[in-house]
Write a protein that binds this ligand. Structure first.
Ligand code: SF4
Length: 334
């Protein structure tokens, strides 16, 4: 099978701190801490994403999401390896069945980019990866539970698998009579938009299952022309698009940025859906925005945003049967 353009782009992603600093003309003093933190969770950024980072700007909000820093080695109370309880929810063959009616398949541990705040940075993918068992266990699990109407492909990033495997998986899922929707959670349309090619659209929209994609953008600067084209290819084929963002200190923790993000998403046919409070994963405490500040941001955002464009502020809590909504109207104004 020949290598698709997106696979070549992915293979050529920057994976060493020194290369990243050189490519972006950043200060050499960042190298030592970046090298230390890279040992905890390796750096990975594709060129398509790098092109949206301002050269020489160490405070660029996109750079902050990918540059390893010393703060990642700090031990912070309340931050652990499995903040959302995924290890405990793992049912069978890489399936996480936390919410009624929906089951999530950990399709792969790989991603096109490594986001420093990622809640799965310590997840034991080798044990939990459905692809290692060729899907059989996961498919059996879904087939045996008629209450499940939606299969969610997650990871890692499920779109880092090749289309041959994903096509086989979507066909197997479509053969389960009680499934109605195929939902894909992916950051690929944002970080590697060439991934949304004709072959992907074939399997994603080629079965009886209604295709839904939840993308992950945190900042309006992430949504450049190539991303817009990729999203347009999806909407043109009837894929319903939603966005989940994570509220991140130093990235998008101001109302103007969140407003611009929502406007841009909506312009591109994407519903701003969730704004997540940070999952308290070890190594990411420096990204946390406290509840009171998050509530104040939501108040400011609600004052300038139509209701249909306002994301829901939520937190994932281990053991809860849904994402817990944060009632920001009850927090006193700051
Ligand atoms: S793309 Fe998603 S799963 Fe992958 S590192 Fe980023 S946040 Fe984590």
């Amino acid at each position: 099978m020949s290598t698709a353009p997106w696979q070549r782009e992915w293979q050529n992603a920057i994976r060493h701190p020194a290369s990243l600093l050189k490519r972006l003309g950043l200060d050499a003093s960042l190298l030592e801490p970046a090298t230390r933190a890279d040992r905890l969770f390796e750096l990975r950024v594709p060129e398509a994403y790098l092109q949206r980072i301002e050269p020489g700007n160490r405070h660029d909000p996109l750079l902050r999401q990918v540059l390893p820093v010393d703060a990642e080695s700090a031990d912070s109370a309340g931050f652990g390896d499995d903040p959302v309880g995924d290890h405990a929810s793992l049912a069978n063959g890489g399936v996480i069945h936390k919410y009624r009616g929906r089951a999530l398949l950990i399709a792969t541990g790989a991603c096109a980019i490594n986001c420093r705040y990622c809640f799965r940075r310590h997840f034991p993918y080798a044990d939990a990866n459905a692809s290692s068992g060729q899907w059989a266990g996961a498919i059996d699990y879904l087939r045996a539970d008629p209450s499940i109407s939606e299969a969610i492909l997650s990871g890692g990033d499920p779109l880092s698998l090749n289309d041959r495997r994903l096509s086989a998986l979507s066909e197997a899922l479509a053969s389960i009579p009680h499934l109605r929707r195929l939902r894909v959670h992916s950051r690929m349309p944002v970080v590697l938009p060439s991934r949304i090619d004709g072959t992907l659209l074939e399997w994603l929209t080629g079965t009886r299952l209604t295709p839904v994609m939840v993308i992950h953008a945190n900042h309006p600067n992430e949504l450049d022309g190539r991303v817009a084209d990729a999203l347009q290819r999806l909407t043109a084929r009837g894929v319903r698009l939603y966005n989940q963002a994570v509220l991140l200190r130093g990235v998008n923790d101001d109302a103007a940025t969140l407003e611009a993000l929502g406007e841009r998403l909506f312009e591109l046919g994407v519903q701003p859906y969730y704004l997540h409070l940070l999952d308290r994963v070890r190594g990411a405490a420096h990204f946390e925005v406290d509840d009171a500040t998050a509530a104040a941001l939501m108040r400011a955002l609600a004052a300038v945003t139509p209701g249909y464009m306002l994301p829901r502020l939520v937190r994932e809590v281990a053991g809860e049967p849904w994402k817990v909504p944060i009632d920001w109207t009850r927090h006193a104004p700051m």
